[in-house]
Design a protein around this ligand. Structure first.
Ligand code: GUN
Ligand code: ZN
Length: 440
């Protein structure tokens, strides 16, 4: 990029209220990575970094220099809510949430008891994440333990920091996808025992939503969650009006949708609830009081016609992350997702700046997942997950960039027009795992 010097841009932290953070841009920068550990050693201007680290010291491993001149290096993107099996039914026509689940989603998810299908799809999905510059994600598998086993096996091979778990469902779904109440919980327990904290893998206890788990299962889910202090919990909340009405029918004695989760012990700082479009003030207060996080999924909300997420209101109560929610979401690109988030907020007169957006899909999402000590920026000792971006990847981008004069403008054009085509290379813990084959 052509702007010069070091630019520090103030951003309101989307997750930790009252804290102001800086986005730092170094025009001619360099990043030092330890090949042995895959951790960041240092970053700074290339002149100072080359002076300090540029030459191999006696008795040390040879220094390798990778030149990405005129490219933009950003921390790897983090997707806080996505369904890997649904990559096979992304872009399914015509339905809103409940019919979309019945007519498309459950049909596809039924295949994931077959370990080969699960392995192939997990592998393809992770390659797609890399091609989109996404280096970490919180992911839904299916109700089959095999689907989780396949996913963690593949993500371990790529050494990607990933969070997933078996989907708990024991009612209101096709029989072959429902797992008996206690069996589902036992499967989750076994998965935690085997995978949680192994390498870069984490487990999320994953009840699909209030409709597809019985009260007994939700209660057992809450008990399992309470027995750990760093296992995640992920589910869906108040995405669609028919869904909210169905939950009210199932739980007439609860104050509302969120109260069901609160009553069952599902809320807390390690909990991420996708959507949260239809909430009342007392529900926002419960989110705030429990530290429960919301994942905003703009392409999904538009695709399923679910509704418009109120970002500024939600942020005034709790932390918000941004996510693709594929296969209801229509793109695995976090840049495309930001572009749609911008439009959803424009409809509410709340324009999202490029600095805020890019902060969100890196350190902001890491903070929402309590992973900011490990990933999200280039502070020394963080894991070296990053993307090399070509701001001139398409003829249109190249032409439009010549008409920009500030960093903010360039980044905004990237946020609006960028997608997988701008991702030139994706690096996981210091190891290059993806190179865009359309370029040399
Ligand atoms: N609610 C319950 N399950 C799902 C799902 O798979 N996708 C979305 N978008 N919402 C859900
Ligand atoms: Zn979802």
């Amino acid at each position: 990029m052509q702007t010069s010097g070091i630019d520090k841009h103030t951003i309101l932290n989307p997750v930790i209220k009252g804290i102001t953070v800086f986005a730092e841009y170094i025009a001619d920068g360099a990043l030092v990575i330890d090949d042995q550990t895959g951790l960041v050693v240092d970053y700074g201007s290339s002149a100072s970094i080359m002076a300090e680290y540029g030459r191999t010291q006696q008795g040390q491993q040879p220094v390798q220099i990778h030149d990405h001149k005129h490219k933009l290096i950003l921390p790897g993107f983090i997707d806080t809510h996505v369904h890997y099996p649904q990559i096979d039914m992304i872009a399914a026509f015509g339905e809103q949430l409940l019919d979309w689940l019945n007519n498309y989603t459950f049909v596809t998810e039924a295949n994931f008891g077959d370990r080969k299908v699960a392995d192939d799809t997990a592998k393809f999905f992770l390659q797609q994440l890399l091609a989109n510059g996404t280096t970490s994600a919180m992911v839904f598998a299916t109700s089959h333990p095999e689907s989780v086993e396949a996913f963690f096996t593949q993500s371990t091979q790529l050494n990607m920091r990933m969070i997933t778990g078996n989907v708990l469902m024991d009612q209101n779904a096709p029989e072959h996808l429902c797992v008996p109440t206690e069996q589902g919980i036992r499967d989750s327990q076994n998965i935690i025992d085997k995978w949680h904290g192994r390498g870069r893998q984490h487990v999320a206890i994953t009840p699909r939503f209030a409709i597809t788990s019985s009260p007994k299962q939700l209660k057992m889910t809450g008990e399992l969650y309470a027995s750990y202090n760093d296992v995640y919990l992920q589910t869906h909340l108040a995405e669609n009006l028919a869904e909210v009405a169905f939950v009210r029918e199932l739980y007439p004695n609860h104050k509302g949708y969120l109260d069901v989760y609160a009553d069952m012990g599902l809320l807390g700082r390690y909990t991420t609830l996708a959507h949260g479009i239809y909430l009342d003030t007392s529900e926002y207060e419960v989110l705030r009081d429990t530290g429960t996080q919301i994942a905003h999924c703009p392409t999904s909300n538009l695709f399923l016609g679910s509704g418009l997420f109120d970002l500024s209101k939600t942020l005034s109560y709790t932390g918000v992350s941004i996510a693709t929610d594929v296969g209801a979401g229509t793109s695995l690109s976090m840049l495309t997702t930001l572009s749609e988030a911008y439009k959803v907020q424009q409809l509410q007169s709340n324009p999202l700046s490029a600095h805020q957006g890019l902060y969100q899909i890196t350190l902001g999402n890491a903070q929402s997942l309590l992973l900011e000590q490990k990933i999200g920026n280039f502070m020394p000792n963080k894991e070296a997950d990053f993307v090399v971006i070509d701001l001139g990847a398409t003829a249109l981008l190249e032409r439009r960039m010549t008409q920009t004069s500030s960093l903010e403008e360039k980044l905004f054009v990237l946020m609006m027009l960028g997608d997988d085509r701008v991702i030139e290379q994706t690096v996981i813990a210091g190891v290059s795992r993806y190179k865009n084959r359309t370029r040399v």
